[in-house]
Ligand binder design. Structure first.
Ligand code: GLU
Length: 314
């Protein structure tokens, strides 16, 4: 009998170690973990230190401590290994070089000023690359970014939270040839994330809503490389009363501060879960694993997004 290739749910959390995890990161991690664990899937922790100019080992160590303190666990990751490693992007650059070599790319020496002068902007205000370097010969050895000659075609992305057509783009028209490697040698998030999600066989991506606008270009890249696209769920960010992303300015502690200040993980999990309407207000504290046992499947019903009861954490 032919072997049946069982499709296993594989989810991931992929933080960039460029700062401390805040409560918004924690809520996204919790949802990604809950969803994967409910499906009986494998949960991958990938450290996205592709930008070596901003990543710090100290923040990576805090990621492990903070997530474990919350009661989350992972089956694969830099600290536990796994079959699709390495799980740190700084150790995967050869793969990015190999995959980008399969794409139609060109070297770009446009300066910021040249790009800013370009009249075309996306609805989100981003510069649409005017194609200046498509035909411009670049002397060898001159520092240059690497851009993808994005083929035309409309990409529409369904989303477990936002429904069908949650993000639509004609990449060639609305974004332009985008960067795969920056001039300073940093592999761009768009390429690294796509190569890694495919290589690590990720089937389900749960991440913050601030990345929803990138998803069509990632799906476009995945298709060009011949990889299947995962399912996506873009979950709400946490905002302060002033409508800005929740931060220290609002008196919101980061996870390390909570952990080091003696807050309990059970109270923290309860506050996060209550803000999503996943737990009644009467429950003041719950371990992540117990939450798993009592929840209906996340994303089956619309997510609620309520202000965090920060006072309960003090
Ligand atoms: N590394 C990204 C971040 O920390 C997340 C990337 C993703 O989930 O696709 O914002």
């Amino acid at each position: 009998m032919a072997a049946v290739d069982e499709v296993v749910h594989r989810g991931r959390y992929a933080p960039s170690p460029t700062g401390r995890l805040h409560l918004g990161n924690a809520r996204t991690a919790l949802l990604a973990w809950l969803y994967t664990r409910q499906q009986g899937g494998r949960f991958v922790l990938r450290i996205e230190d592709n930008d070596f100019t901003r990543s710090r080992p100290e923040f990576e160590q805090r990621v492990y401590r903070d997530l474990r303190w919350m009661g989350l666990d992972w089956d694969e990751g830099p600290d536990v290994g796994g079959p699709y490693g390495p799980y740190r992007q700084s150790e995967r650059v050869e793969l990015y070089a190999r995959e980008s070599a399969r794409l139609d790319t060109f070297a770009c020496v446009c300066t910021r000023r040249e790009l800013r002068a370009s009249a075309r902007r996306s609805p989100g205000g981003e510069v649409i690359y005017p194609g200046t370097c498509r035909q411009r010969p670049v002397e060898p050895g001159r520092p240059a970014a690497l851009r993808w000659r994005a083929p035309p075609g409309v990409v529409q992305v369904d989303d477990l939270v936002h429904g069908p057509a949650a993000a639509v783009d004609d990449i060639a028209r609305d974004v332009g040839d985008f960067i795969l490697r920056r001039r300073d040698g940093v592999w761009a998030y768009q390429l690294a994330v796509v190569v890694d999600d495919a290589a690590m066989r990720i089937t389900d991506v749960v991440r913050g809503d601030d990345l929803r606008f990138c998803t069509p270009r990632q799906v476009h890249l995945l298709r060009a490389l011949g990889h299947p696209a995962p399912r996506y769920a873009h979950v709400p960010l946490i905002f302060g009363p002033d409508g800005q992303k929740l931060s220290k300015r609002h008196g919101a502690p980061d996870l390390s501060a909570l952990r080091e200040g003696g807050a309990t993980p059970e109270r923290t999990i309860a506050v996060l879960a209550r803000s999503l309407g996943l737990l009644p207000d009467a429950v003041p504290a719950i371990p992540a694993r117990a939450l798993l046992a009592r929840l209906p499947p996340v994303f089956r019903a619309p997510l609620v997004d309520r202000p965090l009861a920060l006072a309960a954490l003090r």
